[in-house]
Design a protein around this ligand. Structure first.
Ligand SMILES: Nc1ncnc2c1ncn2[C@@H]1O[C@H](COP(=O)(O)OP(=O)(O)OP(=O)(O)O)[C@@H](O)[C@H]1O
Ligand SMILES: [Mg+2]
Length: 262
């Protein structure tokens, strides 16, 4: 099952050589990071970890553990209330607000609640990252049609999000997140609204992007997804703290190993 642009010449040099080099690099580093909303208690505490470039991570943990909050820090929608964090090698905890959009453009996000633009068609939602990146319409039409076809929505290209089912909206959101081939893909429960066959297809798309060198971080409750992704690393949050996944999961699916810490 080929994914769109899999045969493309995104990286002209050998993928395997590049992948080896990229694997050595830290793409995200958190140093004693904490997050609280307003004056409430900290919802994330003492997060201390590194993520390696080119690795596939699953983020698990009970509802309310802080997964979405951690992802918001990663895609720069929230700032830590304490600690340091760096992305792409740059320290960003105190970076000026106007420095952040340039980093955000390097990250594709699938939001738990999709966040599609209601008055734009499915096509225009998916085209948005390419248009923002300054591609002319000639370079937009083909890839967007191909991506929509790939997620099974070729015939819904002109539909607006309010007229799409939850699963269809989720697929538009995924297409939008990956279309501009970001360096990091962050997906919050990306298979929460689709059937098993579509979940497998979405996972295939994410693993294919990962093989091309993209760092992928997926928050999920779906142990089936984790089991179906050998080689993925597991991050587990409980009550705002990172816990050892092998200790927390008595029967670790696919036995992913811990890749955090230092
Ligand atoms: N904007 C907010 N303001 C105040 N508290 C918040 C906000 N967003 C999340 N919280 C709180 O932070 C904690 C972590 O929430 P978060 O959404 O990160 O959990 P989660 O692990 O993603 O849960 P789920 O699996 O249900 O999506 C919860 O106690 C939640 O109530
Ligand atoms: Mg969540």
């Amino acid at each position: 099952m080929l994914v769109p642009w899999q045969g493309g010449a995104r990286r002209a040099t050998s993928v395997s050589g590049q992948r080896e080099r990229r694997l050595a690099n830290t793409i995200v580093e958190f140093d004693r990071v904490g997050l609280r909303y307003g004056t409430g208690a900290e919802v994330l505490r003492d997060l201390d970890f590194r993520l390696r470039e080119g690795t596939f991570y699953f983020l698990t943990g009970p509802s309310g553990a802080g997964k979405t909050s951690l992802l918001k820090l990663l895609y720069l929608a929230q700032r830590p209330t304490r600690g340091r964090m760096s992305l792409f090698g740059d320290e960003l905890a105190d970076a000026p607000r106007d420095a952040l959009p340039a980093y955000r453009r390097r990250i594709g996000v699938v939001f738990q609640d999709f966040r599609l633009i209601r008055h734009l068609s499915a096509f225009d939602n998916v085209a948005l990252p390419l248009r923002i990146a300054g591609h002319d319409e000639q370079q937009v039409e083909g890839p967007v049609r191909e991506m929509l076809a790939w997620v099974g929505l070729a015939d819904r290209a002109s539909a607006r999000p309010p007229t799409l089912s939850g699963g269809e909206q989720q697929r538009v959101a995924i297409a939008r997140a990956v279309i501009a081939r970001p360096e990091i893909i962050i997906a919050d429960e990306p298979t929460g609204n689709v059937d098993a066959a579509m979940a497998e297809r979405i996972l295939h798309l994410l693993t294919a992007m990962n093989r091309l060198g993209t760092t992928v971080i997926v928050a999920t409750h779906d142990l089936g997804l984790i089991a179906a992704t050998p080689g993925a690393q597991l991050i587990r949050l409980e009550n705002g703290l990172l816990v050892d996944p092998t200790g927390a999961l008595k029967h670790p699916p696919g036995a992913p190993t811990r890749e955090l810490g230092r």
